[in-house]
Design a protein around this ligand. Sequence first.
Ligand SMILES: Cc1cc2nc3c(=O)[nH]c(=O)nc-3n(C[C@H](O)[C@H](O)[C@H](O)COP(=O)(O)O)c2cc1C
Length: 276
Amino acid sequence: MDNPVIKTLLSHRSVRKYTAEKPTDEIIETVVRAGQQAAFASQLYSVLLTRKKAPYGAPLWFTICVDLYKLERFMRIRGWEVISNDLSLIFFGIQDAALMAENMVVAGESLGLFSCFLGNTPYQAGRIQKKYKLPPRVFPLVELIMGYPAEEFPPRPRYPLEFTLFEDEYPQMSDEMVQRAMKVMDEGYLAQGYYVKQKAKIRLENGKSETFTYDNYSWTEHISRKWGQWLTDPQELLGQLEKCGFRITEKRSLTPTPQESTAGQAETMDHEGEDV
Ligand SMILES: Cc1cc2nc3c(=O)[nH]c(=O)nc-3n(C[C@H](O)[C@H](O)[C@H](O)COP(=O)(O)O)c2cc1C
């Protein structure tokens, strides 16, 4: 099946080299408007932009944030305050922000602009908060650099569909099935020379000696090294969330009068299954 939307989606690639051409304000606004039109739970996001000195020399550098500040501002005007816990809100905020960010990527690509996410953002939240003078309750989730590409290469591989789409029940996964998926990914990345071009081999820790060269170091080894050696302390992220005014483990309580309590329950039931 083929149409312009599917073609754009299947041609996606993250670009890390950009020309000096600067996208116009109209293009930037179109990309962000298209991002906003993603489905949302509660529009719990804001997008920061700077055109100054972005990574990889990109002309645009967005930071997509989970934003509870705007919600709380308008709820206050309505005479309400947030009582939901921050763990729930951050999940909904991540869903909203991620969908909007990916819409921006796709909109950009449809206009010839390519991009690359930078995923270390949550660990830099305190620094970004200062840089953009963020109010409390705004958490930088992911950065997205964007511009016109100065490199050409085919799309990167993905797992085979048999390793991704499971109808009615999750399959009994044999080692052969897992290995087939690993082969698709590893051979696909090796064919592009992805890790050798980026010199992106992750060093082994704890005295383990290197047995891979760039001839056989590929995606599944890379990802295994990443998640097998990194981010051991949850406090690091909880600390960043706290800097931005999020209290993930705090339990909040509503103390309504008995009358209000019954009314609240009826309202909740009326809305079950609708948007959050
Ligand atoms: C949440 C997220 C974080 C990412 N972080 C980085 C990053 O920090 N640096 C980078 O060069 N690429 C980053 N990427 C890009 C991925 O490496 C890239 O999407 C993946 O290798 C698949 O390649 P493709 O997008 O070209 O298909 C990130 C992508 C996502 C979705």
